[in-house]
Design a protein around this ligand. Structure first.
Ligand code: ADP
Ligand code: MN
Length: 517
């Protein structure tokens, strides 16, 4: 694929409004923009309910584009071309709109009567960057502690969410009431002067406006909701697409070729590295892009354990899911960096942008290195892999002060005759309240894999645990061993309670033996 991305993002020439439209190199996008300020709506569209209807109908279209066939798995090449084209179009539209705004300002000057070009805008605010990240999730979901029907004037003039929003208002019949209720739209939503007049908004118009106000204020949240109902799970949202596009446009990436993996919490893409260097780093020839998912399924699954618990109510209501997702990406970056510094074979971090982590690709010519579970190794290589894994686990614990916490043959790649560790967003320090349990689980996975793989020397999970942690837990059966681990964790927690800080490490009877081949 050529890097069409770079050239076409040139801003349009300054010129009179309507003339630009013909300059759009991609023709008219089907992301039909929706008129934006209510002032416009009041003056023009109130008389043209039909048009509103049309625009209403355009909503699904916008969504359809947002969920465009980025990577469908059927035709990866074409779809990534399409993705680039879409991103390009989005960037172009954005610049077009910026120019439109400048022009609008120029024409209107200080005049009291102003002309609006809003109808000519191409990018619906839903797609715009300005929505940034500050979406307070609590507002977009049912809060069990809040009364369903507010008794006083609600802060916002709508209730219900998603598809329910229209239905709930079908019972609202009084036009004046509708007009009055407009006051309750979010403060940023410009309702014009209509409120002082004796306007009777039909339900249809009111609902359309309401839906618009809703989308204006909740566009990010809306995106999540739509995504969750979408079958195109693998698609990335427009913002992510824009982030990726920007990386291509900046020359950091040459081409994004396709999807390597779709997991519960992330989607991983392959890309060829570009020429321009970031900060002090040279971009690797091939990169893996890990996009942490913003669909929040996981988040939703977790909240059921929290929301019913009164103690967590305050904290729960303050959680910002976007921040949490970025936190995962950030954590993975920091953990990879620690590992890199310790010399553990792992992807090298290239750059982190929001919830998108770019790292070096483990593999060659777009083919990712196989997972240990998928590769058939000679008994010699198997033994080599075992000793290497053992020593990596020790390094990870001692030098990086980390426990992988999801270590298994699924997250170890075989490449260049050695094992590479990946997927460390969930890795924690050993003194994490469950750190040692995680380590024990890792040890169980690793011990079982290599024992089944025929490595006679492989330590069992308890021996492995002691060898990695340097602890000397003597229990000779799983249950007692586990109990001792939990006792140690509890001791650490008590220490935190009493002294306000964690033990820096767990005490051990001396350094663990370093196992080398
Ligand atoms: P998940 O949380 O979805 O398991 P991973 O980080 O394990 O995320 O990535 C999923 C898959 O993507 C991996 O199993 C691996 O096949 C591939 N992958 C991830 N990172 C890389 C990389 N740097 N190089 C090559 N393949 C990678
Ligand atoms: Mn994984």
């Amino acid at each position: 694929m050529e890097s069409v991305g770079v050239a076409a993002a040139t801003p349009p020439d300054a010129g009179p409004g309507p003339a630009w439209q013909s300059k759009c190199p991609w023709g008219t996008p089907n992301t039909t923009s929706i008129s934006c300020s209510l002032a416009d709506v009041m003056s023009e569209q109130l008389a043209k309910e039909l048009q509103l209807e049309e625009e209403n109908a355009a909503f699904p279209e916008v969504v359809a584009v947002a969920e465009g066939p980025f990577i469908t798995g059927e035709n990866i090449d074409t779809s990534s071309d399409l993705m680039l084209a879409q991103m390009l179009q989005m960037e172009f539209d954005r610049e077009y709109d910026a120019q439109l705004r400048r022009e609008e300002k120029k024409i209107n000057g200080d005049s009291k009567v102003s002309i609006s070009f809003e109808n000519y805008r191409k990018v619906h605010p839903y797609d715009s960057d300005s929505s940034e990240d500050e979406v307070d999730w609590q507002d977009t979901r049912h809060d069990p502690y809040r009364a369903d029907k507010p008794t006083t004037t609600p802060r916002r003039g709508f209730i219900g969410k998603g598809k329910d929003i229209t239905t709930k208002h079908d019972e609202v019949v009084c036009g004046r009431k509708n007009t009055a209720r407009m006051e309750n739209f979010a403060p940023e939503f410009q309702v014009g002067d209509g409120i002082g007049m004796d306007l009777k908004l039909s339900n249809q118009v009111f609902n359309a406006l309401k839906q618009h106000a809703y989308s204006e204020e909740r566009r990010s949240a809306r995106l999540h909701e739509k995504k969750e109902h979408s079958t195109a799970e693998k698609a990335v949202d427009p913002k992510t697409r824009l982030l990726l596009y920007k990386m291509v446009n900046a020359g950091m990436l040459e081409t994004i070729t396709g999807c390597i993996s779709t997991g519960k919490e992330s989607v991983v893409f392959h890309a060829y590295g570009g020429k321009s260097a970031t900060e002090d780093k040279v971009i690797p020839p091939e990169c893996a892009i890990k996009v942490f998912k913003t669909t929040l399924n996981e988040f939703k699954n977790r909240d059921k354990y929290i929301k019913d618990d009164y103690r967590f109510k305050d904290r729960f209501s303050k959680l910002n899911p976007r921040k949490i997702i970025r936190m995962w990406a950030e954590k993975e970056m920091h953990n990879l960096t620690r590992m890199q510094n310790a010399g553990i074979p792992c992807p090298q971090v290239v750059i982190l942008k929001k919830h998108v982590l770019v790292m070096s690709f483990i593999g060659k010519d777009q083919i990712p290195a196989p997972k240990l579970k998928d590769v058939t190794l000679s008994s010699e290589d198997m033994k080599k892999a075992y000793y290497q894994t053992l020593s990596m686990m020790q390094q990870l614990y001692k030098e990086c002060n980390l426990v992988h916490a999801d270590l298994s043959e699924y997250n170890m790649l075989w490449h260049d005759g050695k094992v590479w560790l990946i997927d460390v967003s969930q890795s924690v320090e050993p003194t994490h309240p469950h750190g040692l349990e995680f380590l024990f689980r890792d040890c169980r996975n690793v011990a079982q894999f290599f024992q089944k793989g025929g490595v006679a020397e492989a330590l069992n999970e308890r021996e492995l645990f002691n060898a990695v942690s340097g602890l000397n837990i003597t229990a000779d059966n799983e249950v007692d061993f586990q109990a001792e681990i939990e006792a140690l964790e509890k001791m650490n927690e008590d220490h935190v309670q009493n002294h306000g800080k964690k033990l820096s490490t767990f005490s051990s009877d001396g350094d663990p033996p370093i196992y080398d081949e």
